[in-house]
Design a protein around this ligand. Sequence first.
Ligand SMILES: O=C(O)C[C@@H](Cc1ccccc1)[C@H](O)SCc1ccccc1
Ligand code: NI
Length: 187
Amino acid sequence: MITMDDIIREGRPTLRKVAEEVTFPLSDEDKKLGKEMMEFLENSQDPQKAEELQLRGGVGLAAPQVDVGKRITAVLVPSMDPDSDEPEFKDVLYNPKILSHSVQQACMGEGEGCLSVDRDVAGYVVRQARITLRYYNAEGEKKKIRLKNYPAVVVQHELDHLNGVLFYDHINEDNPFALNEGVLVIE
Ligand SMILES: O=C(O)C[C@@H](Cc1ccccc1)[C@H](O)SCc1ccccc1
Ligand code: NI
């Protein structure tokens, strides 16, 4: 089971490397890793388990964050509707790729954090507002989906991890809260 001890922090080289594509059919190892990464997210979003296991809440986790240089990421974005049990987006993505995106950009009004960054870095992380994503799921099925708003931000944060990019790389150093015209601020 993955815990915070398994999550490497900034300074570790794997976080700054471009991860390798996985091959199909998926090895048992790659399938097991995907399952464990999703289990981590589920545990981290369960108040009792998160407390027991001392987990930071997470809506995404990429393989490089557990020191595995492979293009695998788990995403679990809970529904914004507190009465709904259905997540807004949940899947383990193998070899994910953004095929196209909107001209419009977006950022989280509260900025971003990262399980591999043990400090607050303030500032807007400007990303694509809408994306068309292609990936393979654990069964090797090719998926092509469109995402917008928070799920789109989370997936772009995770895909950055597969390319050795951390969220604060996107923050404008001179003015962390500078925003161009038309950037959608997601609250
Ligand atoms: O480090 C990671 O990749 C997981 C991040 C993903 C993320 C953070 C901010 C914006 C988009 C994606 C963690 O989920 S950070 C902790 C967190 C938990 C719940 C909501 C927002 C951030
Ligand atoms: Ni992160």
